[in-house]
Design a binder for this molecule. Structure first.
Ligand SMILES: [Zn+2]
Ligand SMILES: [Zn+2]
Length: 342
C-alpha cells in the first residue's frame, strides 16, 4: 500500500514525510482492516511531524481522522461487517484497567495508544483498529465532510462540555480553524453567543458567516464580557487576554495538545473564581454523543481537499493558517461515499 511515513521529525518546509510502499497491515484479535478513503489533517499532525510532540516510534504514519470502509475482520471481531463505513479517531486504544479508565476518564488513561502517533494512522491506503474504538459514520455526511468531525469535532465538543456553557451565555473562541468552525455550530445550536478572536481575516469572515456575534483579532477584547472561552490556537500568549475578557467565575478551556509557554500574569486576572482547564483527548462517550448531535444539527464542515500526493503541502498550508475550515487528504478519490452538501 501507499503510505506517507515520518522517520525523522522536522520543519514541514523540508518535506519530512516520505512516500513508501508498505505491506497492508494484518488485523489482529477483534481488529478491523479498513480501506481508507480520506483522512482529515489536524494541527496535532503538524506537532507530530515537526517533533513538538516527542516521537513514540522510529517510523510512523500520521493521521487520526480516518474515514474508510471495513475490508476484513480480525478474529473475534463481530461489531461491524465488511463494507461498513467507519471512522478511526485519535484515541486508538486505552488499557481499560488503570484508575482513570475504571473511573470513566479513559481520556486520561495511563497506557493509551494514539492513532497516527503511537501507532500508524491514516496517511495511507489501509490501517487497522480495534472494533471497540471505531465509530460508525452517521449517514448524511460525505466522507470528506465527516473526517474533520473525528478530532476537530469531538475535541471541540469536549471543550464545549468542559466550558459549562449554556443557552444565552457568551462564549469566546480563540483560533478559528477546524475545531473552531465546528464548535461554533454546536454553540449556536445551543443558543450561545459566540465571539471569535483570530488573526486571519478569512477566519474572522467564516466565523461571522457561521453566526458569530462579533469577530476580532487574536488578542482583541470582545465588546462584551464572556462566561467561558476556548483557546484552540497553540499560543500561550493568548491566555492573559482571554482571562481579561472573562466575567467573574468565567472558565477558560485550552483545547490544544501543545501550546507555546504561557506568560506570567498578575493574580487579579484569575481571582474572582476564574479558572483555566486543559482538555486532554476524549472519551469514546464524547465521540458517540458528538456524532449523534452532529447528525441532528446537522454540522456542516467546510473542507479544503488535498490529493494524497500533497500531504507535505497540506501541512505547510495548515502551518501558515491557510486553511478555511478543515484540511482533508483524499486517499482514495474513486471510492468516496455520501452526498456532498451544496
Ligand atoms: Zn487506562
Ligand atoms: Zn487531532
Amino acid at each position: 500500500m501507499r503510505a506517507w511515513v515520518l522517520e525523522k521529525p522536522g520543519p514541514v518546509e523540508a518535506d519530512p514525510l516520505r512516500e513508501k510502499d508498505l505491506a497492508v497491515p494484518e488485523p489482529g484479535q477483534r481488529e478491523l482492516l479498513v480501506r481508507i478513503t480520506v483522512c482529515g489533517i489536524c494541527r496535532t499532525d503538524l506537532h507530530v511531524v515537526e517533533g513538538e510532540l516527542p516521537p513514540k516510534s522510529p517510523s510512523m504514519i500520521p493521521g487520526h481522522q480516518i474515514v474508510g470502509v471495513v475490508e476484513r475482520l480480525g478474529s473475534g471481531a463481530t461489531k461491524y461487517r465488511r463494507g461498513d463505513r467507519v471512522g478511526i479517531p485519535w484515541l486508538h486504544q486505552t488499557c481499560g484497567k488503570c484508575p482513570y479508565c475504571r473511573s470513566g476518564r479513559e481520556n486520561l488513561c495511563d497506557f493509551p495508544q494514539f492513532t497516527g502517533y503511537s501507532v500508524n494512522g491514516g496517511y495511507a491506503e489501509y490501517t487497522v483498529a480495534h472494533e471497540d474504538f471505531v465509530y460508525p459514520i452517521p449517514t448524511g455526511f460525505h466522507d470528506l465532510e465527516a473526517a474533520p468531525l473525528l478530532c476537530a469535532g469531538i475535541i471541540g465538543f469536549r471543550c464545549l462540555r468542559l466550558s459549562g456553557i449554556a443557552g444565552g451565555d457568551n462564549l469566546g473562541i480563540y483560533g478559528f480553524g477546524a475545531a473552531g468552525h465546528v464548535s461554533i455550530q454546536i454553540a449556536r445550536h445551543w443558543n450561545v453567543n459566540v465571539f471569535a478572536c483570530t488573526r486571519e481575516e478569512k477566519h474572522r469572515r467564516l466565523a461571522l458567516e457561521l453566526g458569530a456575534r462579533w469577530s476580532g483579532d487574536a488578542a482583541a477584547e470582545p465588546p462584551e464580557k464572556l462566561d467561558a472561552s476556548i483557546i484552540f490556537a497553540p499560543s500561550g500568549e493568548l491566555v492573559p487576554p482571554a482571562l481579561r475578557a472573562l466575567k467573574k467565575g468565567g472558565r477558560l478551556v485550552l483545547g490544544g495538545i501543545h501550546m507555546s509557554p504561557i506568560p506570567s500574569f498578575s493574580y487579579p486576572l484569575i481571582y474572582e473564581e476564574r479558572s483555566i482547564k486543559s482538555v486532554a483527548n476524549n472519551t469514546r462517550q464524547d465521540g458517540h454523543d458528538f456524532l449523534k448531535l452532529a447528525a441532528e444539527i446537522p454540522i456542516h464542515t467546510e473542507v479544503q481537499v488535498f490529493s494524497f500526493e500533497q500531504a507535505n503541502d497540506a501541512l505547510k498550508t495548515l502551518k501558515h493558517d491557510g486553511i478555511r475550515g478543515a484540511a482533508v487528504l483524499e486517499v482514495n478519490p474513486d471510492s468516496l461515499a455520501g452526498e456532498r452538501r451544496p
